[in-house]
Structure formats: structure tokens, C-alpha cells
Design a protein around this ligand. Structure first.
Ligand code: CS2
Ligand code: MN
Length: 354
């Protein structure tokens, strides 16, 4: 496994590449062109500059998170082919730049959703949390404002203001989009992009839904093992794979993550490792990475990944906000660095013990 860290790019991230260099064990960067909109063709020079910035700091780009998918593709609108062509062009530019991993999601309207971005814990840290009872009181049309209110002024990944300004329009667009339709649109998209993925050896790593259930009545198709297997069977090409995100799958206590890993094993291209604590049905909060701080058995998860032969990039996912750090919620340096040290320790023990 290659230890990596997510970095949003100069001007978007409170953390610098120089700081990441001092986190022991990190050899790769997961990044993106943060200012781009879903559906846009990524500029060739911007891709080159992104690569040069990361390489000048002594790293390689281990993957892109994310190249987001335009809503016309997700909803199968008549203009989807244009956006699929754009996506293919972007993939070929990334492939030419030597990038072989793309994380993306196929969530309707909202990417990851939380009811609070800074819930105070007893240790004085703040974390992102989700409580269905609170979400049920929120008007979906004001969800963008709710999410942005505690974002410390940072633009949130997957919550593009330009797109969410058209929320009413988006809800109309997704009306009538059933799980079957969303899957059919996903299949159409994947079949169209597989040739360029084959050409450049690009692994597509679809991220699970977060949380792993329907929010605001919107359909979700990546909630559990069955969904993941269905998605992989839609297009049986090794380049069609998964991001194994423990924090997303872990939102549902019924998901047995080590079992999921064993079931989908050779199609995991990327792993997000983080922990969370279940407070009750539909109510969870993110935690520090170690098993003792949350509800997930991180040892069993890393062991299952190791035993399944997974050899791709992993990264700590969200961390707590600690020691007064101000960052994009979930993406501070301090707690993710602690998470990396812990995960590296788990991995070393597992490797040497095997
Ligand atoms: C990430 C997601 O911060 C997070 O929760 O795991 O935003 C992820 O980057 C996207 O869903 C992938 O497209
Ligand atoms: Mn994730």
C-alpha cells in the first residue's frame, strides 16, 4: 500500500506540500484541479502545472480526487454525450500526464452530507457529524448554506456553489431518477470511458455514498456490499473499480467492511481510511483514526486490505480539528498526520507479523 495525502492545491488548501513532506511515510499526493466545474475539459497546461507543483515538492501524483461527473451524465439528459466526450478528453490528458487513478462519485446532487461540520467533542476537538433528526428539519434548498456556514471560509469538495445555486433545477432534473435509471446512466458512462481507461491504464475508483442511505429522498446506489458488487458487474472491466471508503460505508453499522473488502478485493483501486462513532440509528460523528476512538475496527480493515493483496494508494480521510488548527473541515494537517502515523504502525505490524 502506498500512503498518500489529499491536497487541494495552492490557494485552496491550508496545508502546504512542504508540511506534508514532513509527515513520515507519505510518498504520494492525491489532488485535483479544484477550481474546475463538473463537465469541463481540464486544461492541458493546468494539468502540467499541477503535476510540476507536486513533483517539485518531491512527490508523485498518486491519483486525482475527483474528476466530478456532470449532472447531465448522472441523469441521462439528452446532452450527456457532450459531457462524456469532455470527460474522455480530460482522462486522456491525465493519462498523458502519467496519472492512472481517478476517484469520482455518482451521488445525486449532494456529495458527502453532514448536519454539523464542527461538533464539539469532550476532548475539545471538533468533528463533522450527521444526525438524521437534524437533517430532517433542514429544507434541502438551504442545505448549501447550512454546509457552508461552518466551512471556515473554504470551498467544500463536491459542493460547488455554481452548481448548487441551481438547486431547484437540480431537484427537478433528478425527479424520477430511480436506482435502475441511475445505474443505467452509470453503465452508459462507464462503457463510454473504458476505451480511454484501457488505453492509458486508468483505474476508475468510484466512491461510495456518504452517508450510506438516501438523503432528502434522493436515490443512492453505492450504500452496501450488494450495491458495490452490482456496480462492478455493470461493466466487467478491471479499470472499473472502487474507492473503499471506510468512513462512508461505515455510516451504516450493518456494513461489515472487512467482509466487503474480501468480496470486492481485486477491484479496489484506492482506499480512504477513517473511523467514526455511531451514536444511534442515523446518528454518527467522525472520530480520530484509531479503533479505540470510534466504532470501526481499523486493524481488521487494514488486515483485510493487506490479505486481499491490495497494493494501491491509501489515505487518511477526514480528521478532527485539533490544536486550534483552522482548515477545510476534515482536512487539517494535524489529525490526518496522527492518522497516518497510526495507520502506518498498523500496516508495519501486519506486514511483519504475516
Ligand atoms: C471525500 C469525498 O471528503 C470526502 O468525504 O471522501 O468528498 C470524495 O472526495 C468524493 O465523494 C469523491 O468524488
Ligand atoms: Mn472518502
Amino acid at each position: 500500500m502506498q500512503m498518500t495525502m489529499r491536497w487541494f492545491g495552492t490557494g485552496y488548501d491550508s496545508v502546504t506540500l512542504e508540511q506534508i513532506r514532513q509527515v513520515p511515510g507519505v510518498s504520494g499526493i492525491i489532488t485535483t484541479l479544484y477550481g474546475t466545474q463538473p463537465g469541463e475539459i481540464w486544461d492541458k497546461d493546468a494539468v502540467t502545472a499541477m503535476k510540476q507543483t507536486v513533483e517539485a515538492a518531491g512527490f508523485a501524483i498518486a491519483g486525482i480526487e475527483s474528476v466530478n461527473i456532470h449532472d447531465s451524465i448522472k441523469t441521462g439528459s439528452p446532452d450527456r454525450d457532450r459531457y462524456i466526450d469532455n470527460y474522455i478528453t480530460t482522462l486522456s490528458r491525465l493519462g498523458e500526464a502519467g496519472i492512472h487513478l481517478i476517484c469520482y462519485n455518482f451521488m445525486a446532487i449532494f456529495d458527502w452530507t453532514r448536519s454539523d461540520l464542527a461538533k464539539l467533542r469532550s476532548d475539545g476537538a471538533t468533528v463533522m457529524s450527521y444526525d438524521q433528526k437534524l437533517i430532517d428539519q433542514i429544507d434541502p434548498n438551504s442545505m448549501f448554506e447550512t454546509m457552508s456556514a461552518k466551512s471556515n471560509g473554504f470551498a467544500l469538495a463536491g459542493w460547488e456553489p455554481e452548481r448548487l445555486a441551481r438547486l431547484k433545477e437540480l431537484f427537478a432534473l433528478y425527479k424520477g431518477i430511480t436506482a435502475e435509471k441511475l445505474r443505467a446512466n452509470l453503465k452508459y458512462f462507464l462503457e463510454a470511458i473504458m476505451p480511454v481507461c484501457d488505453k492509458y491504464d486508468i483505474n476508475m475508483a468510484m466512491h461510495p455514498d456518504d452517508p450510506g442511505w438516501s438523503v432528502f429522498g434522493l436515490v443512492r446506489i453505492m450504500k452496501n456490499k450488494e450495491d458495490l458488487l452490482t456496480m462492478l458487474h455493470l461493466v466487467d472491466n478491471p479499470h472499473n473499480g472502487l474507492t473503499l471508503c471506510t468512513g462512508s460505508l461505515g455510516t451504516n453499522p450493518a456494513n461489515d467492511i472487512p467482509d466487503i473488502i474480501r468480496s470486492v478485493k481485486d477491484r479496489i483501486h484506492f482506499a480512504h481510511l477513517r473511523n467514526l462513532r455511531h451514536n444511534g440509528p442515523g446518528d454518527f460523528e467522525e472520530s480520530a483514526h484509531l479503533s479505540a476512538d470510534g466504532s470501526l475496527d481499523m486493524f481488521a480493515i487494514v488486515k483485510a486490505l493487506y490479505d486481499s493483496g491490495f497494493n494501491g494508494p491509501v489515505r487518511p480521510d477526514h480528521g478532527r480539528a485539533i490544536w486550534g488548527e483552522v482548515s477545510m473541515p476534515g482536512y487539517g494537517l494535524y489529525d490526518r498526520a496522527l492518522g497516518i502515523s497510526y495507520l502506518s504502525g498498523l500496516l508495519e505490524a501486519i506486514e511483519k507479523g504475516s
